[in-house]
Write a protein that binds this ligand. Sequence first.
Ligand SMILES: [Fe+2]
Length: 445
Amino acid sequence: MAAAAVAQPQLPEMPEVELAPARAGYASGGPPAEAPAASTRPGGKEICAAFNDFFLTPEFWEKHWEQYPYHFCAASAGQAANLLPEALCAHDIADLVRRSGSSLKMFRKGDPCEEENFLVGYLDGASMIVNQAERYCPSVYEFCRILAALHFHHVFAVVYLTPPNSFAVRIHNDDQDVFLLQVWGRKHWTIRDAPQLGPYTEEMLGKDEPVPPELISEPIMSFDMAAGDILYIPRGFLHEARTSSEPSLHITVTMPTSDYCWGVQLVKHLMQDIHARDVPPEVVKARNTRLEADSGAEDEAINTNIEDIFNHWESKISVDGVLEAFEQRMGRVNEGQERAHNQAMSLKPPRPQVTEDRRVRLMYGVSCWCEPDGEVAVFKRDTQRMELPIAPTAASLIRSLTARPQKVSDLPCVDTFERICVLQLLLDLDVVQLFTRGADERTLL
Ligand SMILES: [Fe+2]
């Protein structure tokens, strides 16, 4: 569906239809309306147990961790290690994106996309990145927290959702170790050697400027990621991705490992220590001294100040103290993560949400028409008429809508996320009605 036209449909004869779709987002207060069906889908504990048992094997730690990338191919190794495809439906991801607020970034052909409604953005070819995505989805949150407690102190997730034929990720490396878990669709990855193993934040390549060509070696791995696959990229290895005619959703589980070293932690410990309340007055004076020096006398004073700071620090520094302070910092980070998650999950949706187990039908008295693979859908009620430009991929979905309630998951659409987006927009436009799962027409939402 062409989104620009969706945002401004021409509705000369249907004034009672609400033109502007409700802004994607949740109002504050109350529990989430309609949690996804818990039923038999794996939760965070099961997801983490499977990942830990079948991916983080002794062989992985010995041969791959912070040494060499690893592609776990579900087609040959089985689906047991990555349970996210079983755990997350398209409507879970719609719910996650809707809750994500400023953590959502949308891009169209590599450039930032300012579209406010992510449903419109996706249908118009925008790819999405949701940072700190664990805050917006219970099972991903639980997975990250258990994984952090088992191995990594602190873990966070990033969602990468791309429609078919969208922009690729250009070559770069990261200062973090990452696990990529493919949830649906397909994406092609190319991995190249790390110009430098274990880079720090300021040593990353390809973020602001292209990677210098002399640092780009021949690919060491090149493959498609399919649903159930897992890719481990140690920090420093160059990587790039290319999309195909398929949509793609992967979740990156990230460990901020460049922080987990003595160099960084000693600096943080020093900063924390010299800003503590109980430091001696000479250290307070020293830490507040300006950085300018244009005379020998001032140089001498500054030297004394620096010595005061180091003497104070040296008198208190210990391995146990640094480690304890590190654990405390990680504890505070994890507490903040928990607070943010609880707050995000307490928001409730402003309107009923389309889910795969609910049923939809055309609004009473509305009929619709479009050609097979057509690019326009026409909705009529009495003498009123509304034309919506659509993508040809949505034509069969639109054509299947009738006055009879049908389960969302039974309606034809190759891209299940596109199906949720189209139906949610039609619901927001009052063209379709939504019914609770397994109920009849009297349980209209
Ligand atoms: Fe990356």
